[in-house]
Design a protein around this ligand. Structure first.
Ligand SMILES: [Zn+2]
Length: 257
């Protein structure tokens, strides 16, 4: 069987590194078929070029080659789900040779309009896929986010270096790297305290016709664990996260982005 194909879709050039940087790195290291789509760009051409270069440098550090990155032209702050944006994304990904088994994008439990639109755009673009939703520390909704899968962060340094590549966003205070690492630690403390590790966490949407979550996790080669599992035996896999599994209080404060 060919390696599982994984597509990471971020609304903005830094989202994937913040929400799923260690998963992206591990997927590349495991030689899965990894592509990335960045959906929006800033209107100012010089800012857009700088952020594009930062994103490529960050993703390269995680193992994603530039020819596997799609940079869509949709406007920052005004991402829409329309027949034309859906058609563009389908066509551009096909041209890139990307037909994903699993799409990692924003959780729908997010207050940023571009992040919610990214989820909806993924939902409308694909059929028969497993969609994993990542929280972004600055805008996710802790009362609504119900993670079902976690990725214990193995290479904190690699994720930190990738985030540091977004120097323009750090300089203007839109990313605070210590807050991002603390967020992963808080997720670990609240969702999987037995691991004593920072984690990345994902909710799950399974489209009609997609394989079972167990089958998908098997093809993910242990990169993700179901919440509640203390070993990689799929314990708790059949039970969706209930109210007790919700992340209750996370990331108080922080500027909306
Ligand atoms: Zn974003």
């Amino acid at each position: 069987m060919s390696p599982l194909s994984l597509l990471f879709v971020g609304a903005h050039p830094d989202d994937i590194e913040i929400g799923a940087g260690d998963l992206a790195r591990a997927a590349c290291a495991a030689e899965l078929d990894v592509h990335v789509a960045i959906l929006t760009r800033e209107r100012d051409p010089s800012s857009a070029a700088r952020r594009s270069a930062e994103a490529k440098a960050a993703l390269r550090h995680l193992g994603v080659a530039p020819d596997r990155i799609l940079e869509a032209p949709f406007p920052d702050g005004d991402l829409r789900v329309t027949s034309s944006t859906v058609s563009y994304l389908r066509g551009a990904l096909t041209a890139l040779g990307c037909d994903p088994d699993v799409v990692v994008t924003h959780t729908r439990s997010d207050s940023h309009q571009d992040h919610r639109a990214a989820y909806d755009l993924v939902l409308s673009t694909f059929r028969g896929k497993t969609i994993l939703g990542m929280p972004i520390r600055y805008s996710f909704l802790p009362s609504d986010f119900q993670p079902r899968l976690i990725r214990p962060v193995e290479c904190e340094d690699a994720k930190a270096i990738a985030i540091d590549r977004h120097a323009s966003q750090i300089a203007c205070g839109r990313i605070r790297p210590d807050e991002v690492s603390r967020f992963d630690e808080e997720l670990g403390e609240q969702i999987a305290p037995h691991l004593s590790r920072p984690v990345e966490a994902f909710d799950v949407t399974i489209q009609l016709g997609a394989p079972s979550l167990i089958a998908t996790l098997t093809r993910l080669r242990g990169l993700l664990q179901p919440i509640g599992a203390r070993a990689s035996h799929g314990i708790g896999l059949a039970a969706p996260a209930g109210p007790d599994d919700q992340v209750q209080v996370l990331a108080a404060g922080g500027a909306a982005r």
